[in-house]
Design a protein around this ligand. Structure first.
Ligand SMILES: NC(=O)c1ccc[n+]([C@@H]2O[C@H](COP(=O)([O-])OP(=O)(O)OC[C@H]3O[C@@H](n4cnc5c(N)ncnc54)[C@H](O)[C@@H]3O)[C@@H](O)[C@H]2O)c1
Length: 255
């Protein structure tokens, strides 16, 4: 029997990058995965084919996490089709345009908060009744090393990610009594979007690798997958309200 057999997981922003790796990891461990993203395209279709090849079920739904009605729809459809919700991975985030702190606009900051902490909070509240009734739930939120400083021109993103860390700790405190754990990851993972950002500045990837103690930028499946699997499974029931730096040691550097 696979470790997540019988469990149902929702992953946001699952079409590519870290979300895709999380969906494949959980599906390979036996979970049924509800994969949502702002767009459903051929990438999502190929993800569903990979999930099926791993022997698991999937349901793909459009969900713009900035829209409460989309969040409620994902949760309602998951409950209707599968009868339970065990794992929530809040991964999606927009607002990644670099802008100097003094030029930040209401629009950019609002977008960062709506797709980040507000979306995570809304999704957590929407799945809570199911997890509470089951007496078991696993929530994995996604912050960033940027929230701790040191990434130029991403103040809006840093603020939003900092709020995600804080809401993780608050919910973990309140929901531990129901068997629901809430943890937060800080990735440094070579996804296509990080790669294209690094490629826009000559030498940026080499500089980032030099700053990471293990001297490479992690792979979504190999380096991040096992940590997410741990946080999504039974083994992590006594671990809640904690940050997990999946970053080759970069986050330990004093700032
Ligand atoms: N890659 C890294 O090293 C890194 C570092 C720190 C934090 N993170 C965080 O990890 C998460 C994933 O990063 P990634 O590198 O895989 O990004 P990515 O850009 O490769 O993938 C993000 C996915 O989210 C989807 N998305 C964007 N806006 C959405 C919305 N409003 N609603 C629903 N889906 C939406 C996109 O379509 C895409 O499929 C993000 O929260 C990001 O901030 C990543």
């Amino acid at each position: 029997m696979k470790p997540l057999e019988g469990k149902v997981a929702i992953i946001t922003g699952a079409r590519r990058g870290i979300g895709r790796a999380e969906a494949l990891t959980l599906a390979s461990a036996g979970a049924t995965v509800v994969v949502s993203d702002i767009v459903l395209d051929e990438e999502m279709q190929s993800l569903q084919e990979e999930v099926a090849a791993a022997g698991s079920k999937s349901l793909a739904l459009v969900c713009d996490v900035t829209k409460k009605e989309d969040i409620d729809n994902v949760v309602a459809q998951t409950a209707e089709q599968f009868g339970r919700i065990d794992i929530l991975v809040n991964n999606a985030q927009t607002g990644l345009t670099p802008v100097p702190w003094e030029e930040l606009t209401d629009e950019l900051v609002t977008q960062s908060f709506q797709s980040g902490p507000l979306a995570s909070w809304r999704f957590m509240q929407a799945v809570f009744p199911y997890m509470k009734a089951q007496g078991w739930g696993r929530i994995i939120n996604t912050s960033s090393g940027a929230s701790r400083g040191g990434v130029e021109n991403f103040g809006h993103y840093a603020m939003a990610k900092g709020a995600i860390s804080s809401l993780t700790y608050a919910a973990a405190t309140d929901w531990g009594q129901y068997g629901i754990t809430v943890n937060v990851i800080y990735p440094a993972i070579l996804t296509a979007s990080l790669k294209s950002y690094l490629d826009s500045t000559p030498g940026a990837q080499a500089a980032m690798e030099a700053h990471i103690p293990v001297k490479y930028i992690g792979d979504p499946l190999k380096d991040l997958g096992p940590i997410v699997l741990f946080l999504a499974g039974d083994a992590s029931g006594y671990v809640t309200g904690h940050p997990f730096f999946i970053d080759g040691g970069a986050g330990q550097s004093p700032r």
